[in-house]
Design a protein around this ligand. Structure first.
Ligand code: KG4
Ligand code: ZN
Length: 341
């Protein structure tokens, strides 16, 4: 089985070819950092235009890398949401056109499902059900992954996502964009207990996350402490919250086969180490995809497409783009979580 995957929901344009037996034959990615850097964040209109220019050449390059032709693919998988609507539409329309031209099925992939299943691309021994901490720029959720298309959300953020807090902290410290890797680098040289910062919802009996108060606290201490100490203390506060909330989820919900972390923030070495220690203290396997598979990419979309295709799940060519698309439609909306789906 050979799947072409397309990703364009935020500021990475990407195309990949992945097989049903987990071979990544090609994965091409073009970031837009330079275009958005002057604004300190992703500008949706700039992103959509950049996806239009980048996507078709990336698809051609990926096909060439893999040494295959469009007609060789069994299906085309494209991110259909959630994300910035302009970018999602560019990728989804391109996917529809390629599927139609090749006479192959289309698979409309939820970007979050791409992250959620990505650890199964890198680890053939990861079986359902697993507890997933999905931490990215737009999301911070704890989910039980029961199977393809079967997700139970236990916790989400009531305000900001963890990656958003990293990006904001980087901006406040003048470390540039994107912020996560810059904060991690600065933190390596700092004192993680040097700056008193809050840990919102720490030890709370309610299962959710909150990062807005931490972000605001960072804004108040900028200029009063060395930037590397602020970065290290901020990163430690995020880690303490992630570990505390994940520990709570592990207490109440049966026996998952593994603790898994995915999404851009999962590329952070200190975050991975803390979650690994938590998993070990519970006698659980810990699984985290390689760094390149944590941040946005098209291999995870192709792989989610492969899993859906194997389950007989394809979509009609008039499937809509969905700027908001929760993985668990039955999960109740939580207080304050109006901005991010
Ligand atoms: O999954 P992703 O690439 O895009 C979304 O779907 O949001 O996640 C991007 C987020 C950004 O907020 C970025 O700052 C964060 O992941 N990130 C990191 C690291 N690398 C990326 N955060 C902390 N440490 C990192 N090394
Ligand atoms: Zn993502």
């Amino acid at each position: 089985m050979l799947i072409l995957g397309l990703e364009s929901s935020c500021d990475e344009t990407a195309a990949a070819l992945v097989t049903g037996d987990r071979q990544v034959l090609a994965h091409r990615l073009l970031g837009q950092e330079a275009a958005h850097a002057p604004f300190g964040g992703v500008v949706p209109e700039i992103a959509a235009r950049a996806h239009v220019e980048a996507l078709a050449p990336l698809v051609e390059a990926a096909l060439a890398d893999a040494g295959v032709r469009l007609g060789d693919v069994d299906a085309v998988a494209a991110t259909a949401g959630p994300g910035l609507i302009g970018g999602v539409m560019v990728g989804l329309v391109t996917g529809k056109a390629l599927a139609h031209a090749a006479g192959k099925p289309l698979i409309a992939v939820n970007h979050l499902e791409g992250h959620a299943l990505s650890p199964r691309l890198s680890d053939p021994d990861l079986h359902f059900p697993y507890l997933l901490l999905l931490v990215s720029g737009g999301h911070c959720q704890l989910l039980l992954v029961e199977g393809v298309g079967r997700y139970r959300r236990w916790a989400t953020t009531i305000d900001d996502a963890a990656g958003e807090a990293f990006d904001k902290t980087a901006k406040l410290l003048g470390l540039g964009f994107p912020g996560g890797p810059a904060v991690e680098r600065a933190a390596a040289a700092g004192d993680a207990s040097g700056v008193p910062l809050p840990r919102p919802l720490f030890r709370s009996p309610e299962p959710h996350f909150s990062f807005a108060g931490l972000k605001a606290a960072v804004a108040r201490v900028v200029g009063q402490y060395p930037p590397e100490d602020i970065a290290a203390s901020f990163q430690q506060a995020v880690i303490d919250c992630l570990v505390d909330r994940t520990r709570l989820a592990l207490q109440g919900h049966g026996r998952p086969t593994a603790l898994v972390v995915a999404g851009g923030v999962a590329a952070n070495g200190a975050v991975r180490a803390a979650l690994q220690a938590l998993a070990e203290s519970h006698g659980l396997r810990f699984v985290a995809p390689p760094l390149w598979l944590c941040t946005d990419n098209a291999a995870m979309i192709a792989w989610a497409g492969a899993e859906r295709f194997a389950a007989g799940l394809t979509d009609p060519l008039d499937v809509p783009a969905r700027p908001r698309w929760p993985l668990d439609p039955a999960a109740e909306a939580v207080r304050g979580a109006g901005v991010k789906a």
